[in-house]
Ligand binder design. Structure first.
Ligand code: ZN
Length: 82
């Protein structure tokens, strides 16, 4: 898809329509789609063992080591892994 068309679509579509489209495209390409709560602490949860580390709420902490399994979690990458 051309970048400009995508931008126009995002501007034109309501948020609900965008979510519906993402869900549809995910199914069409046999990908998993997850819609999570706004306040779900995904960047505090270890992507390996699922331990929630409440000591890393500060967003300036970009990498943290899980005290449970010693996995090194990079905040954004870890949050995207389910
Ligand atoms: Zn862990």
């Amino acid at each position: 898809m051309v970048k400009g068309q995508l931008s126009k679509k995002i501007y034109d579509a309501s948020w609900a329509e965008l979510i519906r489209e993402l869900e549809y495209k995910s199914k069409w390409r046999n990908k998993k789609f997850y819609q999570i709560d706004t306040y779900y602490p995904s960047s505090q949860i270890c992507s390996r063992c699922g331990y929630q580390n409440k000591k890393v709420k500060d967003l300036r902490i970009r990498k943290w080591e899980c005290p449970n399994c010693l996995n090194l979690n990079e905040r954004d990458l870890s949050a995207s892994i389910k």
